[in-house]
Design a protein around this ligand. Sequence first.
Ligand code: TYD
Length: 231
Amino acid sequence: MPPVGRGVRRATPVPDVREAPAESTARRGRLVTLEGIDGCGKSTQAALLADHLEASGHEVVCLREPGGTAVSEKIRQLLLDPVNDEMADECELLLYEASRAQLVRQVIEPALERGAVVVCDRYFDSTYAYQHGGRGLDRTLVERCNELGSCGRRPDVTLVFDLDPTVAFARATQGGRDRLEGAGLRFQERVRASYLDLAAKEPARVRVIDATGSADEVGRRALLVLADVLR
Ligand code: TYD
C-alpha cells in the first residue's frame, strides 16, 4: 500500500471547507458602540437603532455598559451607588474594565461569531472619556487597561452623540444623581472634550452625531452614518 500523505496529496493542499463558514460568519458580525456624556440621549438612540436593524433583517444584540451579565450587573451597582463615594479612581477604572471583560467573553464574542450586530450603549471609549478625560488618569494607562478589558475587541464604528453639557446634565440629573453624575457639570465638560479629541484622532471609527433636535431627527443622522459602515 502506498504511503498516505505523499505525492499528489501533499503537492496540492486542499483548503479545509469545514472552516470556511465559521470564519465568514465571524466576519459578518459587527460591534456598534454608542457614546456621549450623561443625558445626551444615546439610550433612546440605541433602542431606535436596534429596531431599525432588526427590521432590516439583522440579528441584533442590544447591550449597555456597565452591565449585561450577572457579574457585570453587580459591578454596575458598586460603580453607580452614591454611597461608594470613597472609591479611588484606580478602583473605578478597574471595575469598569472587569465588567467589560465579562461582557465581552460571555455575550459579545459569541454574538459576533453568530454574525449578529451588537449595539452597545457605552464601551471602552467611555473609559477613555470619563476615567482619563474626566478623572485625569494617565492616557496610556487607560488605553492599556482598555485593551485588557475589551479582550482586544475594538468597535467597527462608534457614534458619539454630542450635546451641550449644560442641557444634557440638566436632563440627566432630573431624577437625582448617581455617583458619576455627582462629579458635576465641569466633569461632564471634560468628558465631552475627550470624546471630541477621540473623534479627531480616529475619524474613520469615531463619528460625531449632532444630538440636538428630536429623537427622530437625531436617529436619522445616526442611520446615515451607520448605513455607510454596515454596507
Ligand atoms: P448610566 O446610568 O448607564 O448612564 P448613561 O445612561 O448616561 O449611560 O451610568 C453609567 C455611568 O458610568 C455614566 O455616568 C458613564 C459612566 N462610565 C464610566 O465612567 N466609565 C465607563 O467605562 C463606562 C462604561 C461608563
